[in-house]
Design a protein around this ligand. Sequence first.
Ligand SMILES: Nc1ncnc2c1ncn2[C@@H]1O[C@H](COP(=O)(O)OP(=O)(O)OP(=O)(O)O)[C@@H](O)[C@H]1O
Ligand SMILES: O=c1ccn([C@@H]2O[C@H](COP(=O)(O)O)[C@@H](O)[C@H]2O)c(=O)[nH]1
Length: 239
Amino acid sequence: MPDQPAHKRILLKLSGEALMGDDAFGINRATIVRMVQEVAEVVHMGVEVAVVIGGGNIFRGVAGGSVGMDRATADYMGMLATVMNALALSDAMNKQGLVSRVMSAIAIEQVVEPYVRPKALQYLEEGKVVIFAAGTGNPFFTTDTAAALRGAEIGAEMVLKATKVDGVYTADPHKDPKAERYARLSFDEAMQRNLGIMDATAFALCRDQKLPIKVFSIFKHGALKRVVLGEDEGTLVYA
Ligand SMILES: Nc1ncnc2c1ncn2[C@@H]1O[C@H](COP(=O)(O)OP(=O)(O)OP(=O)(O)O)[C@@H](O)[C@H]1O
Ligand SMILES: O=c1ccn([C@@H]2O[C@H](COP(=O)(O)O)[C@@H](O)[C@H]2O)c(=O)[nH]1
């Protein structure tokens, strides 16, 4: 009997920063190919997959490269960085036999089609992978909030945050070696403790919409499949 997924439709948030692999900047080819292989496994299980990709490997509105800049302008640059990542991801997916469509929250119609919710739903029902680019389309937000927003809009059963750490910790594990990983915690706890794994806007939206989040490592082979199968992997954040 083939593996039975625990979820029919998911919103996968892929770390932009992780796309660098061992490089200092940009998109590492081997890394993106490996990520797509993991996504393909769950698509082939019949799961409808929508993706939000971050931009931290290229530009963040709040990072060093934007010092002295107008914040909104820097944020638009960050959103455009996510469009570049989405195009690279879509290309890598198509090369590996998946059918994907990029939809942008910012109008750049010569490059990608605009985000239109019914069209996105249609693509998902057809088994295509939909990649949501340009975050929410608004400055002062993040792609984590875009993941929560799009996840709620498309009726995803869960937001899967694939990132550089293997779950939510009591403190940032990159800064505090004594930090301990939670197996599960509520949105209220995550927000009260100000845990920096996601921003408060994303947590609040998921909490209000009762949309659970799984945080797990993007680098751990098979972790995405294990999450989709409902196995014990990463940290569950629940309403
Ligand atoms: N309590 C915590 N538990 C786990 N990680 C935490 C915590 N607090 C801060 N972090 C940090 O949050 C990072 C992940 O969040 P972030 O959204 O910035 O990265 P990302 O997934 O790579 O996103 P992007 O797509 O923007 O590049 C982790 O690499 C970790 O260092
Ligand atoms: O809705 C959004 C999403 C993103 N941004 C800007 O893009 C960068 C990159 O996104 P990450 O979530 O950090 O990967 C972000 O730093 C913002 O500057 C945005 O303005 N609105």
